[in-house]
Design a binder for this molecule. Structure first.
Ligand code: ZN
Length: 362
């Protein structure tokens, strides 16, 4: 049986879709190491659809994902397709333009999820098309934007880092018992996830209240419990200068920034200037409330333990909400059983009515 052109196109699409899913994974695998650059993934397919090269963005100053994937493919890239989560750059920054590398390698088709949003690096697709390359933009764009590129895109669009609020609570939303004890509300599995999550972020933020009450070290430990080589910036929001010099967060295990910023927006501006693009908010109820009231939480990772306390501080402090219509609304992205606990991943519900997050309120 001969294969018709239509069937051939369908088969090529399937190969490209599989490669795009892999490119998203590759991008996610380098989160926490690329800022202020985007965490991009790229896959090179040979003309027969087989994968011949993979790459992801290297730390600043290092090669981009496309160049890594082309290097892995070598001569096998000739006549092939590059599948990539972000439009290849056309400008010379600390590295040469990826468009030139693609042309030199003999790539004939480029499949892109997210068109480049900045003017500086833009024009890649036009340049490739002018050289005769078949370029398709916007393929599975939403999936790529919600994944590893979310933090970088927030930086481009809003000039601030992407904020993930991580919290652990009981069924009745308590984060500690009446006597203040909180270790450990959730089990080992949830705590392991927190260390992996910290490693994907550029900064971990707590308030001085949490630093005083729990004296956390806020470092990333690897699977063996040792301090990991790469550590996110530790940040303490300490407007009133209450943090004692003996706090564990000030030890030499990782860099620390103590901020006197007056509000969450000012704190995020400080971090943005330090090339931070992904922030993990681990503060207590007071700091969480401040970020929520400023509409500066982009994602919530909530670990719920099947326990009841009936008293003690609740997950979030007073939000100034008097009636149910004004409740902050969240959309569940996924629910994951985690040891004996459950993880909820939430994003703000962006619609009109109530008190929308999208208005950037105060
Ligand atoms: Zn590039």
């Amino acid at each position: 049986m001969s294969v018709t052109p239509a069937e051939r196109a369908t088969i090529a699409r399937a190969h490209e879709s599989r490669a795009m899913a892999r490119a998203r994974e590759l991008g996610a695998s380098v989160l926490g190491t690329t800022s202020p650059n985007p965490a991009v993934g790229a896959v090179v397919l040979a003309p027969d659809g087989s994968t011949v090269g993979e790459g992801a963005t290297q730390p600043p100053g290092g090669p981009h994902a496309e160049v890594c994937a082309l290097a892995a493919a070598g001569e096998r890239a000739r006549g092939g397709t590059l599948v990539v989560t972000l439009e290849p750059c056309a400008h010379t920054g600390r590295t040469g333009p990826c468009t030139d590398a693609l042309l030199a390698a003999g790539i004939t088709r480029v499949v892109v999820a997210v068109p480049e949003p900045t003017e500086l690096a833009g024009g890649g697709a036009d340049r490739l098309r002018a050289a005769g390359v078949d370029v398709e933009l916007g393929v599975e764009q939403a999936e790529a934007e919600d994944g590893a590129l979310a933090g970088w895109l927030t930086g481009v669009r809003e000039h601030r880092p992407f904020v993930i609020w991580k919290a652990a609570a009981t069924l009745d939303g308590r984060v500690a018992a009446a006597d203040g004890t909180s270790r450990w509300i959730t089990g080992d599995a949830a705590r392991t996830v927190v260390h992996r999550l910290r490693a994907t972020c550029d900064a971990v933020v707590v308030g001085s209240g949490t630093a005083l009450a729990d004296d956390p070290q806020l470092t990333v430990r690897d699977a063996d419990g040792r301090t990991a080589e790469r550590q996110p910036l530790r940040v303490v929001a300490d407007r009133k200068g209450r943090l004692p010099a003996t706090a564990r967060v000030l030890d030499d295990a990782a860099p620390t920034h103590v901020s006197r910023a007056a509000d969450p927006a000012a704190l995020l501006a400080e971090l943005f200037d330090r090339d931070v693009r992904r922030v993990l908010l681990e503060g207590g109820p007071t700091l969480a409330a401040a970020f929520l009231q400023s509409a500066l939480v982009d994602e919530v990772l909530l670990h719920v333990a099947p326990k009841l306390l009936g008293g003690g501080p609740s997950l979030v402090g007073d939000l100034g909400i008097q009636t149910i219509a004004n409740a902050l609304a969240w959309t569940i992205v996924d629910v994951t059983p985690m040891g004996g606990d459950v993880q909820l991943r939430l994003r703000p519900t962006r619609h009109t009515g109530g008190r929308p997050h999208a208005d950037g309120g105060s």
